[in-house]
Ligand binder design. Structure first.
Ligand code: GLY
Length: 310
């Protein structure tokens, strides 16, 4: 079986002016994850590397370029999970950490806990020598301008539902040659959210889940809606009942639409290397590397391929 990595840059109505940068960004992140797998890295290493690339890219709402809360501050969330051991680590409401996904991995590997939040996450980062950066260095001019334009939280929520200006989550899933799966998800959350609001992304079973017995999932969309249907676990429960990765994703997103009237997206990989990138929003930038092929898309039913440049 060959290793596979799949990434997404968020499911929302990506405007044409961000389309190329979003597709280029997910392709670069998928190449990054694939190169880790090719050099013998684990699925866990691959999803961390892919999500770091997305966090470092200002076009996406995670790390550098994340959205601001009602007070104009960053509060970023991330999760990573290892399908072999079911170990997971998460951080929430971190302000001055350039790569929240790596801090989440440290929570998983270096603490007895599954999530650290706010000040505690920062104290932990200091204690293990993860350097902090100034929060201002992670805030882009684009985001400051968008935030000024849309200061009210309700406006932010409406934007999510209308899928007009929202700017969502990034994530990655991978399976390595040993058939271990992993997932990682990272976000700035909803623009103009209340201070202290935590969405689905760092919550196990909602923003992501990984289990070698069924697969790995990373979700994107309106956090409060994803939480209500525990979207990542819902997808895996359909796989456990015999559905394909694609059918399981479509069915679960349809359930979220029917039950809580919300759209979103998910990427999935199974231990045997089956994968899917599915969304019910207007667009989702995604990319995957399987064998020597880089697959990618943005619009519904779009699936382009090119040979992987090594
Ligand atoms: N899906 C990201 C969030 O709602 O926070």
């Amino acid at each position: 079986m060959s290793a596979v990595v799949v990434v997404h840059g968020g499911a929302w109505a990506i405007p044409d002016e961000l389309a190329k940068a979003s597709v280029d960004g997910v392709k670069a992140a998928a190449r990054e994850g694939s190169s880790v797998l090719r050099s013998g890295g684990s699925a866990l290493d691959a999803v961390e590397a892919a999500v770091r690339a997305l966090e470092d890219n200002t076009v996406f709402n995670a790390g550098h370029g994340a959205t601001l809360n009602i007070d104009g501050e960053l509060e970023m969330d991330a999760i990573i999970m290892d399908g072999k051991t079911l170990a997971s680590g998460a951080v929430s409401s971190v302000k001055n950490i350039a790569n929240p996904v790596s801090l989440a991995r440290a929570v998983m590997e270096k603490t007895p806990h599954a999530m650290l939040t706010g000040r505690g996450a920062n104290l932990f980062a200091e204690s293990i020598g993860v350097s902090t950066v100034s929060a201002d260095s992670l805030i882009t001019k684009y985001e400051r301008k968008e935030w000024e334009l849309r200061k009210k939280y309700m406006t932010g929520v409406m934007e999510e539902f209308n899928l007009e200006w929202a700017h969502d989550t990034v994530g990655a899933v991978a399976v390595d040659c040993a058939e271990n799966v992993a997932c990682a998800t990272s976000t700035g959350g909803i623009r103009n959210k209340m201070v202290g609001r935590v969405g689905d992304s760092p919550i196990i079973g909602c923003g992501g889940y990984a289990d070698n017995l069924s697969g790995a999932v990373s979700c994107t969309g309106h956090g409060e809606s994803i939480l209500k249907v525990t979207l990542a676990r819902l997808i895996l429960s359909h796989i456990e009942q015999g559905k394909s990765v694609s059918d399981a994703s479509q069915l679960s997103l349809q359930t979220m639409g029917d039950r809580v009237q919300s759209a979103g997206g998910a990427i999935v990989v199974s231990p045997s290397g089956q994968w899917a990138a599915t969304f019910t929003t207007v667009r989702m930038a995604w990319a995957a590397v399987e064998h020597d092929v880089l697959w990618f898309g943005l619009d519904p039913n779009e699936k382009q391929e090119e040979m992987l440049r090594l």
